[in-house]
Ligand binder design. Structure first.
Ligand SMILES: [Zn+2]
Length: 318
């Protein structure tokens, strides 16, 4: 498969430092490792070769609805100048984009390198969250936010920032060694084309139950904003970084409580269906959908069931 072969180039660029072509790429494209991990048009220049553009932009993420190259590379953080703060897996097996989606969403520096978030002062390092967030002077603002009674969102943001800071403070950069990379999809940590091909072909058919596939299919074609599609997609395949899932993955959080009501642990069932706050939203939506249309999370996932109910209520769902 051509795409998997191009991914192999990305892998070689990350790993083969001593090859002559690798030194050429370093001179020609500057920090090629960072750029292949970024996989974004934003790191391309107009005069880059089409070969290079193909390598950078080639990924499975967008059209194949699976994870992409960045999610499959585990980064061994040393100096952090080739690793992406938000998009790389360098703190555990999840990216910070996934663990802290709200902060990622607010960030105006989404392609920040890990090394850029480190401040050095007389040989002593500290983490400066203002850089990956894209906000100057954020560190002086943080503690004040925490101690003032503020609205729910800014409270949630400052708590998330505190959680992120706790995670980061456990990590120390190593100024001597270079960042290294391991492939997540093989047991020996080395890239193979077969590992990608089998994942991509399996992911569509086997991983999800048929009702979920049907639902995703309808949703993907629906005329709704792309970010809503992506959010819903992650919700249905259980990839939203909710607190129950994060705790299960061993991430230490200050609280597991639902940020709305603080009475129950945050899970998708609670947050989207059972929380008192969420219920008030549903109560507005039900009458709009049809008077007797109410459903649980399981029913919601089975789109056929909603269509059936909607038909009885005489409205169109899709
Ligand atoms: Zn709640």
């Amino acid at each position: 498969m051509n795409k998997s072969l191009l991914l192999k180039w990305k892998w070689r660029i990350l790993k083969e430092d001593n090859a002559i072509w690798s030194r050429f790429l370093l001179l020609r494209y500057r920090n090629p490792k960072f750029k292949v991990l970024a996989s974004s048009g934003e790191v391309l220049n107009r005069d880059d070769s089409s070969w290079w553009k193909d390598i950078i932009l080639n990924d499975f993420k967008k059209e194949d609805s699976v994870d992409g190259f960045n999610d499959w590379v585990i980064c061994d953080f040393k100096q952090g100048n080739t690793i992406l703060f938000w998009h790389s897996s360098w703190l555990g097996d999840q990216t910070l984009r996934e663990s802290f989606p709200l902060l990622f969403d607010l960030s105006t520096n989404k392609l920040c390198k890990v090394s850029e978030a480190i401040s050095w002062n007389n040989g002593v390092f500290s983490w400066n969250l203002g850089v990956p967030m894209g906000i100057d002077g954020l560190d002086s603002l943080g503690p004040n936010l925490l101690h003032q009674p503020t609205n729910g969102t800014s409270m949630a943001i400052s708590l998330l920032m505190r959680d992120l800071k706790v995670l980061l403070d456990r990590i120390t950069p190593n100024t001597v060694d270079y960042d290294d990379f391991h492939w997540k999809l093989t047991s020996n940590g080395v890239f193979s084309v077969a590992s990608v091909s089998s994942l991509v072909s399996n992911s569509k058919d086997i991983a999800w139950p048929s009702n979920t596939i049907k639902l995703l299919d309808v949703m993907w074609k629906a005329n709704i904003p792309k970010k809503v599609k992506i959010f819903s997609w992650r919700f249905f395949i259980k990839r939203l970084p909710l607190k129950d899932l994060l705790a299960y993955r061993g991430i230490n959080l200050t609280s597991l409580d639902c940020p709305f009501c603080s009475y129950h642990p945050e899970s998708s069932e609670h947050l989207f269906f059972q929380c008192q706050i969420t219920k008030t939203v549903w109560e507005k939506i039900y009458p709009w959908l049809g008077n007797d249309l109410e459903f649980s999370l399981e029913e919601f996932k089975s789109f056929g069931c909603i269509q059936e109910k909607a038909k009885k209520s005489n409205i169109r769902v899709n």
